[in-house]
Design a protein around this ligand. Structure first.
Ligand code: SF4
Length: 315
């Protein structure tokens, strides 16, 4: 009996961004240079497959610096760390490499500049996310307030409403953030905006790409981790277009019932999910369906980030 046809509409760009690519390369090169084990504070990027692959090469993942032995090198994750972390590493004489994405570091430097100029920062982001913890850790306590949504922005009562600035996490929903920013600007017309976009190119490009395919398909699958902010946002963007959407980590997580009545399936992947996982999903789908693949590219990405000094020669 012939298999039913399933059209796959694959969003582009999807998957790895330049910051994730760089962070993974930093761990790989550190292992090459120093030998295993190389310690990594927090998941280098939020993807189990990536973490397991690096673990197999000799990376040891820990949550805090005090779990790192004195003589071992340590890498800080792409999400960024509070200033106290490199300081503690220096105090212990640890050899460390910082894999913070340069676009997160850019937000860190903006936060420092704003606080130095006397502004109170409103930071739009998700409580508890490592990037938020890292950014709060760039400035003295009490100089930054976290705002998570429009309701929060409506209720915010600053000490000095004429002396505010806002910054954002890099992996937020473009549409949700615009609504929060509009609320802040309506309530505090003098609030200073960031110099450029804080939501990074990879986050906005992946959201635009999934938006472009979502209304033309019956359902969307996003490959990514449940703790990956940008992957969760892709599910929300697809759902807002009126399409059923689900997040899966691997092809094996796919519940076939999700495809009931689906003739056209959209596929994308978060910025920390490798392309291999997309191919794995397509291969699994091909076991039950006659798959017809079509890629819809909304923009082409050419961004690449330099490696830290000392590792670039090893690349
Ligand atoms: Fe950097 Fe954006 Fe990738 Fe995060 S999602 S690592 S900010 S490029």
């Amino acid at each position: 009996m012939s298999k039913p046809v399933l059209e796959l509409v694959i969003a582009a760009p999807r998957g790895f961004c330049a910051g994730v690519d760089r962070a993974i390369r930093i761990v790989e090169l550190a292992i090459e240079k120093h030998g295993a084990p190389v310690y990594v504070r927090h998941e280098i990027v939020h993807n189990k497959f990536v973490v397991d692959s690096l673990r197999a090469k000799g990376a040891v993942f820990v949550e805090e610096l005090d779990e790192v032995p004195d003589d071992a090198p340590v890498v800080f994750s792409a999400h960024g760390v509070p200033k106290s972390v490199p300081k503690a590493a220096q105090d212990r004489g640890l050899s460390y490499l910082d894999a913070t994405c340069p676009l997160v570091s850019k937000v860190h430097r903006q936060a420092e500049r704003l606080v130095a100029s006397g502004r109170h920062i409103v930071f739009i982001g998700h409580e508890g996310h490592p990037e938020v913890i890292g950014t709060f850790g760039q400035v003295p306590e009490g100089t930054m307030t976290l705002i998570e949504d429009v309701a929060h922005a409506e209720g915010f009562v600053p000490a000095d409403p004429g002396n505010l600035a806002f910054l954002t996490q890099t992996t937020l929903s473009v549409d949700d953030t615009a609504a929060v920013v509009a609320t802040l600007q309506r309530r505090f017309p003098a609030i200073e905006a960031p110099r450029g976009e804080d939501i990074c190119y990879a986050t906005s490009n992946r959201q635009a790409a999934v938006k472009a395919i979502a209304s033309g398909v019956d359902a969307v699958l996003v490959i990514g981790a449940p703790n990956s902010s940008n992957s969760l946002r892709l599910v929300e963007v697809a759902e807002r277009e009126g399409t059923r959407a689900a997040l899966i980590q691997r092809a094996t997580d796919l519940d076939w019932a999700f495809l009931d009545g689906v003739g056209a399936l959209g596929i994308t992947a978060g910025a920390s999910a490798p392309e291999l996982l997309v191919r794995e999903l397509v291969d699994r789908l091909a076991t039950r369906f006659e798959v017809i693949e079509r890629e819809v590219e909304t923009t082409r990405e050419t961004i690449a980030f330099k490696l830290p000094r000392g590792l670039d020669a090893a690349a």
